[in-house]
Design a protein around this ligand. Structure first.
Ligand code: 3IO
Length: 337
């Protein structure tokens, strides 16, 4: 009897210790608020990982810059202040010479296609720019459009207007005659409210997710560049994970990119409806000649990217050729769905 009791205690305690010793806790930092797409995809990833590892892994999420902000995310993950972090490559010009190819005005029409193409290019070329971290997934936004306090119906109305953007998008604004003000998205609500900027250039789901519809009731259709993102993990932390956990995370990489792209594309549609219904927002189109003028003015950015990429030992022409081939392939596939 006593023997059996002791044995039971031993088994209960033993299995308890075993379980708790095996529970791996990971911190995941994100810079924008919980309501925005980078943080929504973070929660989806957390749930998928916790479920598929049968609770062996627990992910503690920190949205809204509560653990690391936009400006120190990359360094913070490399140094291990967070195990996982979400970065926007546009926020550190020059640091990501390959994946910022997405920032060129190449005519992406959806976040889903941009995300798959970005992921496949990364997989194929394994660029040095991510050597210090383990990449868990990547995604790109829907193409960027202008959201402004005053109407921009033509390029003349854009002239001299302070507009918030990041990375190549800022260069694009300057080329088009606006005055680019560079800052991460997470600093944009305050800049808009204080009148430091008169608008922004980004994907349109922010009209709803940040309620920018209340501040920038005018939109101008430009369908410009895409903002590229990566979810990265501290390399030592990655190497410390058991093989089965690594497998779950590796199997999630493309799936998560597609999930995020689909989520964002749907969110853009909802956002436009929300802005119309609640704030009577208006979307302008430019005249055909002005679209042609924009294409012409921005063309040299591709050459400029190639030069930079070549300096960084990247096969620039091959990357661009792959990008166009993949983009066409997935756009055709998406169209028949
Ligand atoms: C973005 C960043 C954080 C939250 C929502 C967002 N929607 C689009 C972006 C892209 C971006 O990083 C930017 O700076 O426009």
């Amino acid at each position: 009897m006593i023997k059996k009791f002791v044995l039971t205690i031993f088994l209960v305690l033993g299995s308890y210790c075993l379980v708790s010793a095996e529970t791996i806790r990971l911190s995941y930092a994100n810079f924008p608020p919980a309501s925005t797409f980078p943080s929504v995809q973070m929660e989806r990833w957390k749930e998928a990982v916790e479920e598929r590892t049968n609770g062996q892994v627990r992910v503690d999420t920190y949205p809204g810059g509560s653990l690391l902000g936009a400006r120190n995310m990359f360094r913070g993950v490399i140094q291990g202040q967070a195990d996982i972090g979400n970065i926007c490559m546009s926020y550190q010009p020059g640091v990501f010479p390959m994946t910022t190819v997405l920032e060129l005005p190449l005519g992406f029409t959806s976040s889903k296609v941009a995300s798959i193409v970005l992921w496949e290019l990364f997989e194929k070329y394994q660029p040095q720019e991510f050597e210090q971290v383990k990449v868990l997934t990547m995604f790109g936004t829907a193409p960027s459009n202008l959201m402004t306090k005053q109407p921009v119906r033509n390029l003349a109305e854009l002239k001299g207007m302070e507009i918030r953007a990041s990375g190549t998008a800022s260069q694009i604004l300057d080329i088009l005659g606006a005055v680019a003000v560079d800052m991460p998205m997470s600093e944009t609500p305050e800049a808009l409210q204080r009148g430091m900027v008169k608008g922004l250039l980004s994907s349109l789901e922010v009209l709803m997710d940040f309620n920018f519809a209340a501040y920038t009731p005018y939109q101008t259709r430009l369908d410009l560049q895409v903002y590229p993102f990566a979810v990265i993990m501290n390399k030592d932390k990655w190497n410390s994970l058991p093989q089965d956990v690594q497998n779950v995370m590796e199997e999630l990489r493309l799936e998560q990119a597609i999930w995020t792209g689909e989520y964002m594309d749907a969110q853009v549609e909802k956002s436009l409806e929300y802005a119309r219904d609640n704030y009577d927002n208006q979307m302008f189109e430019l005249a055909a000649e002005e679209y042609a003028e924009i294409d012409e003015k921005l063309e040299f950015l591709i050459e400029k990217w190639k030069e930079e990429a070549t300096k960084n030992n990247l096969p620039a022409d091959e990357i661009l050729a792959d990008l166009f081939r993949l983009k066409e392939y997935y756009e055709a596939e998406l169209a028949v769905q």
